[in-house]
Each structure stands twice: as structure tokens, then as C-alpha cells.
Write a protein that binds this ligand. Structure first.
Ligand code: FAD
Length: 148
């Protein structure tokens, strides 16, 4: 029998924005470790951030998602990790992304600032499904732009 698929949604406070010259390096380092580990563990998902917060969706088998989230919670690059949802789902929403970063990669600080403005997300005012939908629509947009 195939194991059930779980989706976990959380947000956290970004602790790196204030301490780094630009966000590119720390974000690249998070993405590099995420893609390597998640591909190995069968975890998919997407990550977004602004200067204040991270929001992330993780999908996969229960044990893999839990182990990933336990590591993430211990990470000092963010704090006050708040779980919004942990639920069984039928299908993956980010099947091809070991960890998609919503907001195209690194062209320097101006680019990140613009992404942060454009993404305009305030997880304190968002429920799990709203954060999820926001990530999913930005992911679809990003895939579309890549093809175009
Ligand atoms: P390593 O290869 O040991 O580390 C990768 C890089 O990160 C290195 O440069 C290391 O110096 C640096 N680093 C590691 N831990 C810390 C830390 N606590 N503080 C500062 N720098 C550190 N990991 C995943 O596997 N999957 C995810 O989806 C995922 N999402 C994340 C989302 C957010 C918002 C954050 C902040 C972290 C996320 N991480 C994720 C990273 C996770 O917290 C661990 O750092 C990572 O899983 C450790 O894996 P590793 O031992 O293979 O990394």
C-alpha cells in the first residue's frame, strides 16, 4: 500500500535579513541544503520570504516531512516557527520542486527587495490555505515565466 502523503505549512521570523549584507548568500545556502536533503527524502515544496518572515510548504511521507521540519525548527536563521497546518493530501502541489524558491534567484539586493515587495505576504494575517494558495500561484507564475 502506498503511504499517505502529508502537507505541512508554517511561517517563521526571518533572522538573517538584518545581519547580512544581502540576502542572496544565506538564501542560497538554505536552498542548496534543502534541495539536496529533500530530493533524497522525497520531500517537495516551496519557500518564500520577505525581510520579516519565511513561509514554507513541505510535502511528502509523514516521517520524511517530520524529520525535515524538526531540523528546520532548530535552525537559528529563523525563529518562532509556527505550524499552520499538517494534513493528509491526495496529491503534491509542487511535484517537481525539491524546494522551490518563489521569487527568481539572485540578481542582488534590489531584486530581493522587489520580490519581497511583490510577494507582499504577511503570514500573521494568513491562514494555512491562504499561504499555501499564495505559494502555489507564485510557483505557477514562476514556471510560466521560465517557459516564456
Ligand atoms: P549542511 O550542509 O550541514 O549546511 C548547509 C549550510 O547551511 C552550510 O553552509 C551551514 O553552515 C549552514 N547552516 C546549517 N545550519 C545552520 C544554522 N542552524 N544556522 C546557520 N547556518 C546554518 N533543510 C532541508 O533539508 N529542507 C528544507 O526544506 C529546509 N527548509 C528550510 C527553510 C528555512 C526557512 C530555513 C531557515 C532552513 C531550512 N532548511 C531546510 C535548512 C535546515 O534548517 C538545516 O540547516 C539543514 O537541513 C541542514 O542540512 P545539512 O546538515 O545537510 O546542511
Amino acid at each position: 500500500m502506498t503511504e499517505q502523503l502529508y502537507r505541512l505549512t508554517y511561517y517563521s521570523y526571518n533572522e538573517i535579513a538584518e545581519h547580512a549584507d544581502g540576502l542572496a548568500d544565506p538564501i542560497d545556502s538554505i536552498l542548496e541544503a534543502s534541495r539536496r536533503n529533500n530530493a533524497h527524502a522525497g520531500v517537495t515544496g516551496a519557500l518564500m520570504f520577505n525581510s520579516g518572515y519565511f513561509g514554507q510548504v513541505l510535502e511528502g511521507q509523514r516521517r520524511a516531512v517530520e524529520a525535515t521540519f524538526e531540523r528546520i525548527q532548530r535552525d537559528t536563521r529563523h525563529s518562532d516557527v509556527s505550524l499552520l497546518a499538517f494534513e493528509i493530501v491526495e496529491t503534491r502541489a509542487f511535484p517537481t520542486w525539491s524546494m522551490g524558491f518563489v521569487g527568481t534567484r539572485a540578481d542582488g539586493k534590489a531584486r530581493y527587495d522587489r520580490i519581497a515587495d511583490e510577494s507582499g505576504f504577511d503570514p500573521l494575517r494568513m491562514k494555512a490555505h491562504q499561504l499555501f494558495e499564495r505559494l502555489r500561484s507564485l510557483a505557477i507564475e514562476q514556471e510560466h515565466n521560465k517557459e516564456g
